[in-house]
Design a binder for this molecule. Structure first.
Ligand code: ADP
Ligand code: MG
Length: 212
């Protein structure tokens, strides 16, 4: 197969330069397949094993879109654990540095009031675990997520169809209908139908071969 490069993917040169600063020079298969589809405004369901670069598969196109239209909370990324929320936040922060990206991590175990203040500053990207974000939505009617352009479910198979369901419903209710939905996980087979049902559109589906 041809060697794929980031410059084939319609990404802005500044994003490619930022990637190079953290040693990311060529896209992984899930990045190569999903980034162009996300930039075409499609909903995407992507699956590939842990360590295959799923975070940048959604972070790079979201950052590219954001620098074209930086207004209000732009993307909401849900993850099942605090650690993942911080790891994803770090990747957004590094790549988004040249555009003064504002992000905010909303996870359990931290002060609700301080988090509420951060949310009120309208960060571009909110990274959250479902429970704590649902608590904020329940306790503050002024929170406004109507400008969200992207909803990402990272580790989507762990977020759907289990004990997060009620919290996820609370969150989905305050999100606008017109948005792009991106689901990423290590496996999708068991939850694929549920994912498609949740998205409600015809998503682009990428599943890495078992050895990738
Ligand atoms: P996953 O979510 O699929 O488990 P991550 O997105 O956390 O994987 O990425 C795992 C590691 O690989 C991270 O340290 C990340 O910086 C690195 N990485 C991501 N994309 C690339 C790439 N294209 N080239 C080299 N390293 C990459
Ligand atoms: Mg991941």
């Amino acid at each position: 197969m041809d060697k794929k490069s980031f410059s084939d993917l319609n990404l802005n040169p500044w994003i490619i330069r930022q990637c190079a600063t953290i040693g990311v020079k060529d896209p992984t298969p899930i990045q190569y397949h999903c980034i162009p589809e996300i930039l075409k405004n499609r909903d995407v369901i992507g699956a590939a094993k842990t360590g295959s670069g799923k975070t940048l598969a959604f972070a790079l196109p979201i950052l590219q879109r954001l620098c074209e239209d930086p207004y209000g909370v732009f993307a909401l990324v849900l993850t099942p654990t605090r650690e993942l929320a911080y790891q994803i936040a770090d990747q957004f922060a590094v790549i988004g540095k040249p555009m003064n990206l504002k992000h905010c991590v909303i996870v359990g175990g931290m002060d609700m009031v301080a988090q509420g203040r951060e949310l009120a500053k309208k960060p571009h990207i909110v990274l959250a675990t479902p429970g704590r974000l649902a608590d904020h939505i329940d306790s503050d009617e002024t929170l406004n997520f109507s400008k969200i352009k992207f909803l990402v479910l990272d580790e989507a198979d762990r977020l759907l169809g289990g004990h997060f369901d009620e919290q996820i419903r609370t969150i989905f209710k305050v999100l606008p209908k017109a948005k792009q939905t991106l689901f990423f996980s290590a496996t999708i087979t068991e939850t694929l139908e549920k994912l498609k049902e949740t998205i409600g559109t015809d998503p682009f589906l990428y599943e890495a071969p078992a050895d990738v």
